[in-house]
Unconditional design. Structure first.
Length: 132
């Protein structure tokens, strides 16, 4: 069992469970977790992922990855506020968006980032977003 986690591109990239040609073992590949905190202004650098999974052995002793879950994150920067940067988790923020994110432009940016992140990450029904 291999788990490969990438991070350098500073943007969220796809996550997949894949079985390489010639292998009998499935692998979890997380191409990039994006950013957690950054002052970058390039497109899509205001998104990140928290990812969790379980490694276990099958009844035959073979290791496998299961229970893959993620929380999409949006980095919100508020000028003139300390600390200035806030990591906003997807579903929790959506449920309380009016109280948590000021301004229509910030809300639209949040929605756009969440849609893009989910489109990239929801590639397999076994990879699920944390719902709380």
């Amino acid at each position: 069992m291999d788990v490969i986690i990438g991070s350098h591109p500073h943007v969220v990239q796809p996550m997949e469970l894949t079985t390489p040609v010639g292998s009998m073992s499935e692998r979890l590949v997380i191409w990039s977790l994006g950013n957690f905190i950054s002052n970058q202004k390039d497109p899509l650098t205001d998104a990140g992922l928290l990812v969790g999974f379980t490694l276990k052995r099958t009844s035959y002793g073979k290791p496998e990855v299961c229970n893959v879950k993620y929380i999409p994150l949006y980095r919100m920067k508020l000028e003139g506020k300390k600390p200035g940067y806030y990591m906003m988790p997807g579903l929790m923020t959506e449920k309380n968006i009016d109280a948590l994110i000021p301004g229509d432009e910030n809300k639209e940016d949040f929605r756009s980032v969440m849609a893009d992140t989910r489109r990239k990450v929801n590639t397999d029904q076994r990879i699920r977003e944390v719902e709380r």
